[in-house]
Ligand binder design. Structure first.
Ligand code: PEP
Ligand code: MN
Length: 343
């Protein structure tokens, strides 16, 4: 739509799409609203839309991910929860515990996250564990602790839903619902996430190509939830020096194809606290929109993923470093944009 299109111009286009039996997806952007059309089996004639008031152009999207792609919506998607912002100028630091283990462990951690001026808190109440005998999370009790973190510190809460009943609960207590790597191609769960009225943090499947990753996001968006955050968390390779292999090259590649923000998880990708900070720095340097990181007050006693959890002092140091790198990246891309405009 044109930047001066009115609400009623937008509604008219949506109604026209629906009257033809298709699904309309209005997505507001910083400058203008894009309206996606899905549900068509073949090419759709543009004549019913081209001359409607407020329409700027009709674009045929040839890529399989229609709503995720930049062909449809060029403006970057920004996720906002109160004063927490992801996809904007500053990199978002989503820090917290791998698993909510107790009230005390979670509150001690949240205090440090808030102290560092971060706006987001992560914590798992439902844990997708490789072994059925490993700690599976505190379930609803854990979600209540997370809700207390929001209450006490004003942090936006990110937590994982491992299945549909868990998603129902997470939707009640959290601000952002995470879909983990192992569920990245669980299509019924992705569709349910698309019906949620909360943003979705979608991890890349550990062996997904970029196209498969974007199509997983498309599942969520095709159901009408356009608030999706992509998250690279490492892929399986033959290396044993790292739990997974962080694929930072997917970050600029995803940003070129998609308007969705993309963050990086240095904790689950490396599995080792000594490698977390260097990889987090690298992710911000390649332009990631943020990171998702595990910290713990006493990692040696953690019930889940202790070896990768940063100690509080390491976390404090990392935050300062990431902010400094982000400043350089911002200055550099401003110079780059001016140069591109001049060319
Ligand atoms: C997590 O973030 O807690 C998690 C289990 O991550 P992943 O799905 O990337 O393994
Ligand atoms: Mn974990």
């Amino acid at each position: 739509m044109k930047s001066d299109a009115t609400e009623s111009d937008i509604r008219r286009v949506v109604e026209t799409i629906e009257s033809l039996g298709f699904k309309a997806h209005p997505m507001p952007g910083a400058n203008r609203t894009a309206i996606g059309l899905t549900g068509n089996q073949g090419p759709v004639p543009t004549d019913p839309f081209a001359d409607l008031p407020g329409v700027a152009e009709c674009v045929r999207v040839t890529k399989p991910y229609k709503l995720v792609g930049r062909d449809l919506k060029h403006d970057k998607t920004i996720i906002k929860i109160g004063d927490a912002e992801l996809g904007g100028e500053e990199p978002a630091i989503i820090a917290g515990v791998c698993a909510v283990e107790s009230y005390e462990q979670t509150m001690l951690t949240a205090e440090v996250v808030a102290e560092m001026g971060c706006k987001w808190f992560r914590g798992g109440a439902f844990k997708p564990r490789t072994s059925p005998y490993a700690f599976q999370g505190l379930a609803e009790e854990g979600l209540k602790i997370l809700a207390d973190v929001r209450e006490r510190f004003g942090l936006a809460i990110v937590t994982e839903a491992v299945d549909e009943p868990a998603l129902d609960l997470c939707e009640r207590y959290a601000d952002v619902i995470q879909i983990g790597t192992r569920n990245s191609q669980n299509f019924s769960l992705l569709k349910r996430a698309g019906q949620a009225r909360k943003p979705i943090l979608l991890k890349r499947g550990m062996s997904s190509t970029l196209e498969e990753f974007l199509l997983a996001a498309e599942y969520v968006m095709s159901e009408g939830n356009y608030q999706v955050i992509l998250c690279e968390r490492g892929v399986r390779t033959f290396g044993s020096h790292s739990r997974f292999t962080p694929d930072l090259s997917v970050i600029p590649a995803a940003q070129r194809l998609s308007h969705l923000p993309i963050i990086f998880d240095p904790s689950h990708s490396t599995g080792n606290r000594e490698t977390v900070i260097p990889m987090a720095r690298a992710a911000i340097a390649v332009g990631a929109d943020g990171i998702l990181v595990d910290i713990h007050p006493y990692p040696e006693r953690a019930l889940c993923d202790g070896p990768q959890a940063l100690l509080f002092d390491m976390f404090r140091e990392m935050v300062g470093q990431l902010r400094a790198i982000a400043e350089i990246v911002k200055t550099h891309s401003a110079v780059h944009n001016v140069a591109a405009q001049g060319a």
